[in-house]
Design a protein around this ligand. Structure first.
Ligand code: PHE
Length: 350
């Protein structure tokens, strides 16, 4: 076969292979390289012809050389065009897949908020801290001794019935108030004492707008030599005016608790009508906020303190009740349903 017809065969085969590459659906650089090596590699027919040109007779050499060179150039340029094209397509695909929409709005981080019960407790602790009160804790599951007996509420005392107690077992109850902490702290520490203690309390009440079988109380105790009723009035008035606003009027009404003598209930001027009379205060102008009194001698005896030498005052208040008055919330159940639409309204601290 003549060199010219060999060249023609190579050219036809190369054009065909290159055409296949052009329409290949998964073209890659390796496939292109295979075709390049097949036609332009060291052992390719075309390259051998070019290498051996000098051995051809002078009458065909120029013609064969010309065609061989043209064929090589044609294949080279087709291959490099294919390669350039493929690289460009791959770059475009990369650009599209890595595209970032810089106009897209950023993701916001939702901020949590404190539960109103926590807000009232921390605000109250803060106000009392300024008056030298620390913070103490006590158990929610409690012996009857701490919840009742030591607080001058002996067995069969009518006050026990008022407390609607949950019994865990004989002599063990879910505390009905935070007053148990008074006893536990006095048993363990010597006067002077000044502290606040907040936490959950339990009573066998049916859930309704103002009652919940679990609620929170804050207890305060101040014990020292010569603590008087005027200290009690001064401290509670200062607290209530700091909490509800300095225009708030405060009044003390005689009352009864077994563990304090004398005892009082404290009212503030209505947060809604400032005392004029409205639905919230049932036209009275006043809202009851807490119970308090001078620590009963029997309570001091129960913790082996000498009532001749020391005296003290105590108070207890409902956290949900304070929060309801402060934020004008009408239903106690809202505190325990954990509806975020309710909770997120308390984002800003008191
Ligand atoms: N423990 C009382 C109650 O739960 C409140 C109180 C505490 C009253 C301390 C006087 C002194 O109702």
């Amino acid at each position: 076969m003549s060199e010219s017809s060999k060249l023609e065969e190579i050219r036809v085969a190369a054009v065909e292979d290159i055409q296949k590459l052009k329409v290949h659906s998964h073209l890659n650089l390796e496939l292109i390289e295979e075709v390049r090596v097949k036609y332009l590699g060291r052992n390719a027919g075309l390259i051998c012809i070019l290498k051996n040109l000098s051995q051809l007779s002078p009458d065909v050499r120029p013609q064969v050389g010309k065609i061989a060179n043209e064929t090589r150039k044609m294949i080279e340029s087709e291959i490099s065009a294919l390669r350039d094209n493929l690289v460009r397509i791959q770059e475009n695909q990369k650009l599209v897949s890595e595209k970032i929409d810089v106009t897209l709005a950023g993701r916001t981080h939702d901020l949590g908020s404190f539960h109103p019960v926590s807000l009232v407790i921390s605000k109250t602790e803060e106000i009392f801290a300024r008056m030298g009160f620390g913070v103490e804790e006590g158990p929610e599951i409690e012996n009857e001794f701490y919840n009742f007996e030591a607080l001058n509420i002996p067995k069969n005392h009518p006050a026990r019935a008022m407390h609607d107690t949950f019994y865990v077992s004989q002599n063990v109850v879910l505390r009905t108030h935070t007053s148990n902490v008074q006893i536990r702290v006095m048993q363990n520490k010597k006067p002077p004492l000044r502290f606040l203690s907040a936490g959950a309390t339990y009573r066998h009440d049916t859930l309704d707008v103002t009652h919940s079988p679990m609620f929170h109380q804050m207890e305060g105790l101040c014990v020292d030599e010569k603590v008087s009723l005027s200290h009690l009035k001064g401290v509670l008035t200062a607290y209530l005016q700091a909490f509800f606003g300095d225009k708030t009027k405060v009044r003390f009404r005689p009352s009864f608790f077994p563990f304090t003598e004398p005892s009082a209930e404290v009212d503030i001027s209505c947060v809604s009508c400032s005392g004029k009379g409205c639905r919230m205060c049932k036209e009275s102008g006043w809202l009851e906020v807490l119970g308090c009194g001078m620590v009963h001698d029997n309570v001091f005896r129960a913790v082996k303190y000498n009532p001749q030498k020391i005296s003290g005052f105590a108070f207890g208040m409902g956290v949900e009740r304070l929060a309801m008055l402060k934020y004008q919330i009408s239903d106690i159940r809202l505190f325990f349903e954990n509806d975020v639409r309710f909770l997120k309204q308390f984002r800003t601290a008191l």
